[in-house]
Design a protein around this ligand. Structure first.
Ligand SMILES: [Zn+2]
Length: 112
């Protein structure tokens, strides 16, 4: 399950979505903060090994259900590790802060 990172051109807020490739093709993405449709992708999706998809699907559903920064960080870290790719330094730092329980909002402020 790839993670798609977006940034809103309307209000500047960054957000992440978990979607299958099929969902992504059909998705109309609106900013969760201001509802604007003029959002753009920040980075390419992180591809996940096929064998891990079911587990990551479950993790991402847990993350979506409990709105926990740490859970989101954990899911994103798992995906990153499974992808075998290094993250850009600023993304890695943001992820580390998520894992420590910082809110995405406070992290995003530092990147605006
Ligand atoms: Zn917005």
């Amino acid at each position: 399950m790839p993670v798609y990172e977006y940034i809103c051109d309307g209000c500047g807020k960054a957000f992440s979505l978990f979607m299958s490739y099929a969902d992504y093709d059909a998705a109309v993405v609106n900013c969760p903060a201001c509802g604007a449709a003029n959002v753009r992708r920040k980075i390419r999706p992180i591809r996940v090994a096929v064998g891990e998809k079911a587990r990551l699907q479950q993790l991402s559903e847990e993350a979506a259900g409990n709105d926990s920064s740490q859970m989101l960080g954990k899911v994103m870290r798992t995906i990153q590790q499974q992808s075998g790719r290094e993250l850009p330094p600023d993304t890695n730092e943001a992820l580390t802060r998520l894992e420590k329980g910082e809110s995405p909002e406070s992290i995003n402020k530092d990147y605006d």
